[in-house]
Design a protein around this ligand. Sequence first.
Ligand SMILES: [Zn+2]
Length: 475
Amino acid sequence: MDIAIINTLIITFEGKGLGIIKAGGLGFEDGKISYVGKMSEFEYKNADLIIDGNNKHATLPGLINAHIHSPLTICRGVVHDIPEGEYMFKGLSPFINQLRSEDSVLGTKLTVIEGIRSGTTTFAEYEGNVRNLVEKVYLPYNIRVVATETINERVHVNIHKPSELYEFNRSKGEESLKRANELFKKFKNNDLVTPMYGPQALDMLTMDFLKEIKQQAISNESKTYMHIAQGARERQQITKRYGKDMTAVKLLKANDLLDTTLIAAHIHDTTTEERNLMVKNNVKMVGCPSAISKVDGIAPPLGDYIRLGGLAGIGTDEAPGSGHHNLFHEIKLASIFAKIAFQDPTILPPWESLKLATISGAEVLGIEDQIGSLKIGKRADVITIDLHQPHLIPIINTPFHNILANLVYSSKGNEIDNVIIHGKPILLNNEFVEIDETSIINEVNNRAQEICENASEDWEKSNSKMVEYHKSGFI
Ligand SMILES: [Zn+2]
């Protein structure tokens, strides 16, 4: 046995409830789980590495961030509290325009550190030229990634008139589709990488091209992962192009594209009837509560989607939007937003909201046979949580368990002390085993300062509300 975790409270996410095992142990061999169960039946003494939880720890499957654009973490905090219509073109663009390929790599490194420290072991990365991040960050760091290549045909936006109909160019689209196809050729059978097609959104490509991408995805036994119904900008383009009564969901339905192979991010600009139709057609949803509430002033309809019987995962999107990549924060927000939306405290209880970042997230991404729960034969992606902290005490196991409630409503996400991915220790006793955390933090900090200085002229010209805040002395 390579690694054993002993004397721990295990939440397996298998079976009825969440499958809690008190005083349990886990063993890992060749990247897979070889034992999960009671300590009394666990033969672990020959393990190369033994992590003793001293019954003060909880062990969970590594969390799954099902939607993330990690390069932009280098621009955290540069845009906030401004009208949604200004966010992308006026708020963020001046900084994005300054980013070089190595800045994207740096932003992703920082994201991975932040994610690992808060329990994430799988990152569903959604990026153009995602292969660069796979080869320069995820594989060298031994981090699991669902690598989604962004595919779009949009070539020009008049940033002063973003409501004008976008111009498309098929050969630009074909280029990005080619990159996605190459990803499959290169990584289809990789232990850590799951490639995915990412037609960006319905306002970014033609229906013809979308159908072609879907065919490619099906021929690779994969899914298509799209941003769907993500607000006013998209809706404006759809009605301009396809008619004033058209919506994202209607357009997908009319083109026979609403089915089980579709993963839909956000969907906050949908009606309950449309969500019902999506659920009936087995479309999977991913919600990003922090980003969507902060950028759009809307709570994503995660609670509603689950109430309707749909399957959903959760993500942190991009850091200028969400502010963070801490899934414990996301789970808590998802739960609270759902309760507020329905004015019903029984909506999205902890055993449902925790699944968003574990087994349900894995099912959404189509990798539930590999990760998302602790079961013999699954990949050894595991986190341990130090429960002996003032905000997580008491730990009650009789007559019932309070661990689920405390993880969702009380944890901060910084109590993670061990992280194992594919049987390899990434964080041990709160320290990174190989990743040089300090130098990455320093490097990002220095480079971000340069980016902001270089962007300052464009940024001031944008005349966004951020500039107004600055002139008023608030920022
Ligand atoms: Zn996104």
